[in-house]
Write a protein that binds this ligand. Sequence first.
Ligand code: GUN
Length: 296
Amino acid sequence: MILIDGKRTAQEIREELKTDIQKLKDEGKNVPGLVTILVGDDPASKLYVKSKGKACNEIGMRTKTEEMPSDISEKELLNIVESYNNNPDYHGILVQLPLPEHINEDNIIEAISPEKDVDGFHPLSVGKLVTGKDTFRPCTPAGIQELLIRYKIDTKGKHIVVLGRSNIVGKPIANIMLQKKEHANSIITICHSAAPDVSYYTKQADILIAAIGVPEFVKADMVKEGVVVIDVGINRVEDSSKLKGYRLTGDVAFDEVAEKASYITPVPGGVGPMTIAMLLTNTYNAYLKYGEKNGS
Ligand code: GUN
């Protein structure tokens, strides 16, 4: 069994980007920039935004966080997004989700210029992904594909079973791996809560991607020998032996499934760190495209 080390892979990507950005600086060029917009004071969202900002700083990327009160109006938020659509120093715009109830998330996502949509959530980005056009891919699914690439895991003609149909992970990873392209070209099954017998599907998987948010849902008797397991779940479960009173666990019962798997991602340290690495990559690519368009 080979452990897929997402933490190390993410670090490698960050180092690569840091080198690329240093080159731009040495040439006296503008550098890529990411603005994150945080509304309200949800502790988890604050933490995510902080680590995104820190990651940008570490690789020399311009970054800024716009912190807005939870009672900001939709109109005001739209104005802020619009101001960054027109700001040439910021190539990526990320509005941290979820937003407060009184703000329509779709309206905000649709207001982000598709050229700066580094989350890949804009309907135009989604449509382009589904039709196989070049576009921003949502960061977590992009991170999963990157892990498969860097670990040289063959995907052509392989049966990928995706557990979960979310817009952030399940649907986009299915669409990415379905494409008739290198590092994809897979046979896809998306399995979800309406399945009468989930294990009927999971047992067929050459590659199993679990993204349902149920702690240790996938057990050893649900997979075949030699399966590649990608665990996207990050679940808190009570554990009195830990100082914090909980531990993090994935959607896969790691110890028992690892005995049958050829490759497996741990939680934490698997898919998680890849999300930010791909956000940085998307922002860098947005910058390159901006340069192409504007002749610099
Ligand atoms: N909230 C939780 N995950 C994400 C993400 O990937 N992007 C944004 N914008 N908000 C999130």
